[in-house]
Design a protein around this ligand. Structure first.
Ligand code: ADP
Ligand code: MG
Length: 699
């Protein structure tokens, strides 16, 4: 047996358990050893019942004497088991809603109980509420692994189906007993420098901490063993990202020439004087583009900061060098929006702008593909449809990806394969918390637009409970009377547009029929075909509609400076980053703008989310809060966002270790103690980490 042995061949596992373990992504011995306990219990304080004192945390080994379920008021029940041990004193265990326990805790069953001892004021007996418990088997008494579950600090692993924490503990214990000590993959110099414990010792102590280890340290994941393993995980990740980045940089790419003609054309295109930040990031981008290696740059900037304008400038450089540009958008609406935006900017320059989306007819698509392939479309805008296999460019030089958080590493690679190492510019309006950016985009260079175009007034945000919606409509009416336009938006929940679409349609009927029969109202949702969407958007943009009722299809990119009010229905259902994006649709013109969050029943986190929005307009602060309130996984929607599956490390909890690992990784790669050591590390990285983190291009 070694680390690569599949778990199903491990003694005590078998096919059924192997399958349950697989559900948690645990396939090999190595996987199980890397599966960390999520908490620890100090069960070293084992006492007889007669020795117990009220108030203490203790472990007791006892037998069920009797058990019963009492019905309480309502639907609640209370399960009570009386335990007795060698000292012949009784301890009462109590579980609310514990009726299901009656088949487990039957008279005669021996258990280990762990919890806080209390004195039942009513009966004067000792009791224990909702204790942790484990049923003891014969084997536990006959030596075996009895010392595993009691009389020590005990690891609690998350169960995998019917593989309970107890079974998990025994399995891991046996693995650790059977396997010879494994070599330490971390560079020895690094271990010495940071005083990290040895790998195998750390793995053992992760699962079975030494006696006397500080429980609080363990439960906050900062014991020396945990520290080392967390650091190690980040270290490999950062090494991988670093290598991928430098590899891309070494590949041959297009060296674009920033000619006088290109400069002139940029000047001719610009509708405004660029802000200082826009100038700075354009310079960063242009420098990358002129290098003979592919650019891999992330352009970050709050909603409305003017990223698209910068992208257009970069596109001109590519086009003037005889290359094609692809602009990739996450939704059809945004693709259509970009199409209009670029068409408008580029019409003076005589560039043909093409649009390719999934909802176009087969004929339209075929025609567009032919034009792109023939090189007749200098700038093609589209959704995922642009990534399809049968789309070929004559000479793709620059790919602009908008709203990166919906695209994963895989899509980025697909794009790269469409050209001969084209330059890639990723734009995101979601201010990505630094730690996440480091994890997700460690392989990208980052440019930040940290300045808004001049003359913007901060948006005023208010929350209003839904039963006072009439006040909102009164306000909306006043704004429209003074010449402004208004958005009313419904959330799309969990990828299904249906509910949001129905709600939006209902509101559209209500507003146009009852509330504002005299106003011009439009409806926009994902079910419309692209020409209808484009048409509705154009009408709103031209001021031919007063109100646009919409599902979140407008979440990103819509640009109508005259719109001054954003009403968000069921605001509690949106994530914070999404609310911030939506709010960024207003406040683009000179008028004071407003965002009104209409809320239903609020949970505690719901209330906190809404309050964050009302109090802050700082995108970075908001996204940090969002990540805290929802967790990093959900922050990005799904796994396909390319968030690496970390085993023991946690981006939120372990920020400072991530930064340490990042520093050490680049230090090691830049100044390896010896070439041989660097080669060894690279080989290890290739073998172990490449697949897991999608670092397919490492080394
Ligand atoms: P983003 O893509 O970052 O959300 P956009 O590029 O769509 O931002 O720009 C937001 C709005 O600001 C648009 O109406 C755009 O025309 C305008 N804008 C961009 N740059 C400037 C500038 N330098 N001065 C004035 N307005 C600008
Ligand atoms: Mg944009």
């Amino acid at each position: 047996m070694d680390l690569d042995t599949p778990l199903k061949y491990v003694k005590g596992v078998g096919p059924a358990r192997a399958q349950m373990l697989e559900g948690k992504g645990l396939l090999t011995v190595e996987d199980l050893l890397a599966y960390p306990p999520f908490r620890y219990e100090d069960r070293s304080n084992v006492k007889t019942i007669s020795q117990l004192a009220p108030g203490e945390m203790a472990t007791v080994v006892a037998e069920v004497a009797s058990a019963k379920t009492a019905r309480l008021r309502g639907r609640m029940d209370l399960f009570e088991a009386r335990f007795r041990d060698v000292s012949r004193v009784t301890l009462i265990g109590k579980w609310f809603r514990g009726d299901y326990l009656k088949t487990l805790l039957m008279p005669g069953v021996r258990v280990a109980l762990f919890g806080k001892i209390e004195l039942d004021g009513f009966s004067g007996e000792l009791s224990i509420m909702h204790p942790e418990f484990e049923i003891l088997t014969q084997a536990d008494d006959e030596g075996g692994d009895s010392t595993l579950h009691l009389g020590r600090i005990v690891p609690i692993h998350e169960a995998a189906g019917k593989v309970t924490p107890r079974v998990m503990r025994s399995l891991i214990w046996r693995l650790l007993e059977t396997l010879p000590p494994q070599p330490d993959p971390l560079p020895a110099t690094l271990r010495q420098k940071l005083k990290l414990p040895d790998f195998w010792q750390a793995v053992r102590e992760l699962h079975f901490p030494r006696g006397g280890e500080d429980l609080r340290l363990l439960n906050s994941f900062r014991s020396p063993a945990q520290f080392r393993l967390i650091f190690e995980e980040f270290f490999w990740l950062q090494c991988g990202l670093r290598l991928r980045r430098s590899n891309v940089r070494l590949q041959p790419g297009i060296a674009f020439d920033l000619s006088d003609r290109a400069r002139e054309r940029i000047k001719a295109m610009l509708p405004f004087k660029p802000t200082g930040a826009q100038k700075r990031v354009l310079k960063e981008i242009a420098t990358d583009m002129s290098a003979p290696h592919p650019m891999n740059r992330l352009l970050q900037g709050d909603v409305g900061s003017g990223k698209t304008l910068v992208a257009a400038e970069a596109a001109i450089i590519a086009i003037e060098n005889g290359c094609q540009v692809a602009v990739l958008a996450p939704t059809e609406i945004l693709a259509a929006q970009h199409y209009l935006y670029f068409k408008n900017l580029f019409s003076k320059l005589g560039y043909v702008v093409g649009l390719l989306t999934g909802s176009m007819t087969a004929r339209e698509k075929t025609k567009m593909k032919q034009l792109i392939e023939a090189g007749l479309i200098p700038i093609a805008i589209g959704t995922h449809a642009l990534l399809e296999e049968d789309v070929g460019f004559k000479r793709l030089g620059l790919a602009i990806v908008d709203e990166q958080h919906r695209f994963g590493v895989v899509q980025r690679l697909k794009l790269m394969e469409k050209g001969v190492h084209p330059d890639i510019l990723v734009m995101t309006a979601t201010p990505i918390p630094r730690t996440l950016a480091m994890t997700l985009y460690g392989d990208l260079d980052v440019s930040v637009i940290d300045e808004m175009p001049p003359g913007r007034k901060p948006i005023v945000t208010r929350s209003v409970p839904e039963d006072r919606i009439e006040q909102v409509w009164t306000f909306v009416k006043r704004e429209i009377e003074s010449g402004r336009q208004v958005y009313v938006v419904y959330p799309v929940i969990e990828e299904s547009e249906t509910a949001a679409f129905k709600a939006a349609e209902k509101m559209f009927t209500h507003l146009s029929g009852t509330v504002f029969p005299e106003l011009r109202i439009g409806l926009l949702h994902g079910r419309l075909n692209s020409s209808d969407k484009e048409d509705t958007m154009l009408r709103f943009k031209r001021g031919e509609l007063d109100i646009l009722v919409s599902t979140t299809v407008i979440e990103v990119g819509v640009d109508v400076p005259n719109a001054s009010v954003m009403v968000i229905e069921q605001a509690e259902r949106f994530g914070l980053a999404q609310l911030h994006q939506l709010r960024g649709r207003v406040g683009r013109g000179a008028a004071q703008s407003y965002c009104i969050l209409v809320t239903g029943k609020l949970s505690d986190t719901g209330r906190e989310r809404i309050r964050t929005m009302v109090d802050s307009t700082d995108g970075f602060f908001i996204s940090e809060m969002d990540m805290k309130l929802r967790g990093p996984g959900e922050f990005f929607g799904t796994k396909q966002a390319g968030l690496p599956a970390l085993r023991i490390a946690n981006i939120l909890r372990d920020t400072e270790l991530l930064e340490l690992a990042r520093r050490e990784a680049s230090d090691f790669l830049d100044h390896p103690p010896a070439e041989a050591e660097r080669d060894r590390v690279l080989a290890y990285l290739r073998g172990h980490w490449q697949q897991r983190y999608g670092l397919a291009r490492v080394g």
